[in-house]
Design a protein around this ligand. Structure first.
Ligand SMILES: C[S@@+](CC[C@H](N)C(=O)[O-])C[C@H]1O[C@@H](n2cnc3c(N)ncnc32)[C@H](O)[C@@H]1O
Length: 275
């Protein structure tokens, strides 16, 4: 089986202007300059140092924007999933909390595609929150609130003042494999409390199934992640399913995405279903 290139900078070499993926203008030693097209006519230039993870972008407002190549590659497919899953509720205003928002690249792309959703980005990390603020400012995103500090491993009562039954959607993109099991417990515990009945928890990432990780590129990714932090690693779908059940949710769908990533859709049960 083929995993595709997980190195965006290689994959996108030569992408033409006008397309949404980063365009590499020039390359010298470790530095490339890329043009990131956020929307038609809205873009930032970035000097990206290769192989250091998320990178700093100098933008017209001179604020720090981080760039995640992976987010740049997956946002469009993720957006399609969210649009499809939320379509039947698009007649009313929804409130969505994003956990571990990272750079902010996802939320500012989702917002204009789903104007019926008010997006609340969040992250444990201050640098990420600064980046999200910069993306919001650069794109003038209207239905995105300022990012809040939220540690998903904490009890939900400490989740930035969000109250019981206050959210329609909780989204966690590439959070679970890059955090400890305590965070996974916190995500399901918290989502079980702050979601309204029938609300959705949507997680995107790579997973083990019944303790088995396939194909080999995912095994390799798991090993790389664990090398960064032994408490991290690919979570097991069956364990997440049980966490969901323990928190008044059920796993409703598994959506296969590119490169063996998956979206897991969990729904908060109605009161009579939990009895
Ligand atoms: C791999 S990054 C993914 C970022 C973004 N969602 C994306 O896909 O580009 C994981 C993010 O989760 C955040 N994070 C890690 N542990 C967290 C926790 N316990 N609570 C909230 N955010 C956390 C990190 O600061 C980081 O921004």
């Amino acid at each position: 089986m083929h995993c595709g290139s997980r190195d965006l900078l290689k994959k996108n070499t030569g992408t033409a202007e006008g397309q949404k993926k980063p365009y590499i203008n020039k390359c010298n030693a470790d530095i490339v300059q890329i043009k990131v097209i956020l929307f038609k006519g809205v873009y930032v230039y970035s000097n990206v140092v290769l192989n250091t993870g998320d990178e700093h972008i100098g933008n017209p407002l001179n604020q720090t924007m981080l760039l995640s190549p992976l987010a740049e590659r997956n946002w469009e497919d993720l957006c399609l999933v969210l649009e499809e899953v939320l379509d039947d509720q698009s007649h009313r205003q929804l409130f969505a909390l994003e956990l571990g928002s990272g750079t902010g690249q996802h939320v500012i792309r989702f917002a204009p595609k789903m104007p019926f959703v008010t997006w609340q980005p969040s992250d444990i990390n201050e640098e990420s929150r600064d980046s999200i603020k910069a993306y919001i400012a650069a794109t003038h995103a209207k239905n995105v609130l300022q990012p809040v500090h939220l540690d998903a491993s904490e009890p939900w009562e400490k989740w930035a003042g969000l109250s019981n039954n206050s959210c329609d959607v909780v989204v966690a993109i590439n959070l679970l494999q890059y955090s400890s099991f305590k965070t996974a417990q916190g995500v399901f515990n918290g989502a079980g409390k702050i979601l309204r009945q029938n609300g959705l928890l949507i997680t995107y990432g790579v997973y083990a199934i019944n303790g088995i990780i396939t194909p080999s590129c995912n095994e390799q990714l798991d090993a790389e992640i664990r090398q960064k932090n032994p408490e991290w690693g690919l979570p097991d779908i069956d364990v997440l399913r049980q966490l969901a059940y323990g928190n008044e949710m059920r796993m409703e769908r598994i959506i296969e995405m590119e490169e063996f990533y998956k979206c897991l859709i969990f729904r908060k049960l109605e009161k009579n279903q939990t009895a």
